[in-house]
Design a binder for this molecule. Structure first.
Ligand SMILES: *Cc1c(COP(=O)(O)O)cnc(C)c1O
Length: 373
């Protein structure tokens, strides 16, 4: 992550208000650095925000994913359908459990798992136990289709909403549709605590198991019932997160406004494709991602030269990385994910952008000459 960026307009920029700083200093001054009031308060407020019965705070999104897979009852050896076009932590959480990801291709317009491809994969692999969705870039998956499939086949439905705090499908915020959902609180995410994560669920038993896994202290001190970890959140992170949450809606609205302006200024260019927001989906633009066939890498050089931050999320689909090749996934065929990895680039959309920064991004892209004569 670039904290001191070489770019005039960075791709990400954590927003921390004076109130947020004050809250963290208050925690430090109190001397109560763990197991105080803030983590519990943050959990309650976040659960209410996404419409879940429970939220369990963790030390990272990756930790929340590992706990979600285990608490939801995915057993070693179980096969779980997921997307190859995500951050590696998504599929890694399955490998950590000894479960086996089954990579299915994405919809080239949304970059999320393609419901038709998932339905076809389920017909071919009736032993599949679960579905691990990713709401990539802040765009919700087609939840109507995936919930129907999960219900019809008794699948464990999990959501990686690490990039999608506040995103909604048909008015319902993502994260709490299935057995468990997770969020990351990494500094670049829409809601952040430095490092941190949240697991949300409506299932009392999943919440209970998740708490025992996150905090190996167990119900009765030193009487262990379950093989737990220490994935706890600190009070400093809890205070920062609870205070950040009061700004989330306004910051998401600014991301959406920036995305609207970028799309209005770029949609006429015939050499790129702007993001697609399907009907019924509220996109929270964790990333604003262009598809640039053929000339993506030249555009990146041009953006670098013009001080415009940019990043490819993700340059290699998970099944083509060395780890997954060694795990035997090299022959998986996901042509749309592979094409997206060659063609996408994300540009600044974060709430810290002002008019001058947005204009600079737009001018840089419009001044690019895609066809060499
Ligand atoms: C950020 C991210 C994670 C991991 O979260 P951390 O807090 O960095 O551990 C998992 N999945 C996706 C899709 C992410 O973007």
């Amino acid at each position: 992550m670039h904290t001191t960026s070489q770019y005039a307009v960075p791709i990400a920029q954590p927003e921390i208000t004076d109130e947020e700083k004050r809250r963290v200093i208050e925690v430090l001054a109190s001397g109560r650095l763990v197991a105080g009031r803030w983590v519990g308060e943050f959990e309650e407020r976040f659960a209410a925000y996404v419409g879940a019965a429970h939220a369990v705070a963790t030390s990272s999104g990756t930790a929340a994913l590992m706990v979600a897979v285990e608490a939801a009852g995915i057993a070693p050896g179980a096969r779980v359908i997921t997307t190859p076009f995500s951050f590696g932590a998504t599929a890694n959480a399955l490998l950590h459990r000894g479960a086996r990801p089954l990579f299915v291709d994405i919809d080239p317009r949304t970059y999320n798992l393609d419901p038709d491809a998932v339905a076809a994969a389920l017909d071919r692999a009736p032993d599949v136990r679960g579905l691990l969705l990713v709401h990539l870039y802040g765009l919700p998956c087609r939840m109507d289709a995936f919930e129907a499939m999960a219900n019809a086949r008794g699948l464990v439905l999990l959501e990686d909403a690490a990039q999608a705090h506040g995103a909604a499908f048909r008015g319902r915020r993502v994260g709490a549709a299935g057995a468990a959902g997770i969020f990351s609180l990494y500094p670049t995410k829409n809601l952040m605590t430095g490092e941190g994560g949240l697991l949300v669920t409506n299932d009392d038993a999943v919440a209970d198991t998740a708490r025992l896994l996150v905090n190996c202290r167990s119900r009765t001190p030193y009487i262990y019932e379950i093989l737990g970890y220490n994935f706890r959140m600190t009070e400093m992170a809890g205070a920062l997160g609870a205070t950040q949450l009061t700004h989330l809606e306004a910051r998401n609205a600014r991301r959406r406004e920036h995305a609207r302006r970028l799309t209005a200024a770029l949609a006429d260019l015939d050499w790129l494709v702007v993001p697609y927001e399907p009907p019924g989906c509220l996109h929270v633009y964790h990333q604003y991602t262009l598809r640039v066939p053929r000339v993506r890498d030249r555009l990146i050089e041009h953006l670098n030269a013009h001080g415009v931050g940019n990043r490819v999320y993700y340059p290699v689909p998970i099944h083509r990385t060395p780890l997954y090749m060694r795990e035997g996934y090299g022959t998986a065929r996901c042509p749309e994910a592979e094409r997206a990895a060659r063609e996408v680039v994300s540009i600044p959309v974060h709430p810290g952008l002002d008019d001058a920064a947005l204009d600079r991004v737009i001018r840089a892209i419009r001044s690019f000459v895609p066809h060499r004569s």
